[in-house]
Ligand binder design. Structure first.
Ligand SMILES: [Zn+2]
Length: 216
């Protein structure tokens, strides 16, 4: 079983959900950059303090600081059997920095979903304006159209950045940034594409099948 993992996938692909399920199933931690930065900051490590300075100014934390924090995190005991990096590395530069820091991966899982479906998934998200219950207009609508199942309220909110135009642009910039990363890992034989269309459980079964196939 391959267990030193990185998850890739555009917004709406269900990458976070799959990483969480995999983490539970394999008993290995899911490590996201945001969580790690917050933990390092709270722990008051040298790198954590540095990261906190950038974050407090609203600046992006530089790659070498993030990579240092990732490396520290991966040296902890709970990663002995493996780990799932979620949302890092994000760019080729970060991937190279990670390799320079001697962090090796067994597999990079790319959750692939056609762009039209991603757009449909993201733009259909809505929540009850009163109780905040989350729905999807196509995939998880309220039982009675326009009425919240939980509280009976009839107004729903859609996030302003979930409009089609914004989503298309977000997906485009995701692709542009991650394409070199995919090529980089594909060249090393690490990239494993998983069909992300279907039920959460079906996709998870595909991920597990790929990981148990081993390298190559
Ligand atoms: Zn409600």
């Amino acid at each position: 079983m391959l267990t030193r993992l990185m998850m890739l996938g555009p917004p709406g692909a269900g990458k976070g959900t799959q990483a969480q399920l995999l983490s539970n199933k394999l008993g290995i931690p899911q490590i996201s950059t945001g969580d790690m930065l917050r933990a390092a900051k709270a722990a008051g490590t040298e790198l954590g303090k540095k990261a906190a300075e950038y974050m407090s100014r609203g600046d992006l934390v530089p790659d070498e600081v993030v990579v240092g924090i990732v490396k520290d995190r991966l040296a902890e005991d709970d990663t002995a059997d493996g780990f799932i990096l979620d949302g890092f590395p994000r760019t080729l530069v970060q991937a190279e920095a990670l390799a320079d820091a001697q962090v090796s991966l067994d597999a990079v899982i790319d959750v692939v979903v056609p762009e039209e479906l991603l757009i449909e998934r993201i733009t259909g998200r809505m929540s009850c304006a009163s109780c905040k219950q989350v729905y999807h207009k196509t995939f998880n609508p309220p039982e009675t159209e326009g009425v919240c199942d939980k509280c009976g309220h009839t107004e729903f909110n859609v996030r302003a950045d979930d409009t089609r135009e914004v989503v298309v642009s977000r997906l485009g910039s995701y692709r542009a940034k991650t394409e070199p990363l995919r090529t980089y890992y594909a060249d090393q034989g690490l990239l494993k594409e998983v069909d992300g269309v279907g039920e959460v459980d079906e996709v998870q079964a595909r991920v597990l099948a790929l990981l148990s196939e081993g390298k190559g």
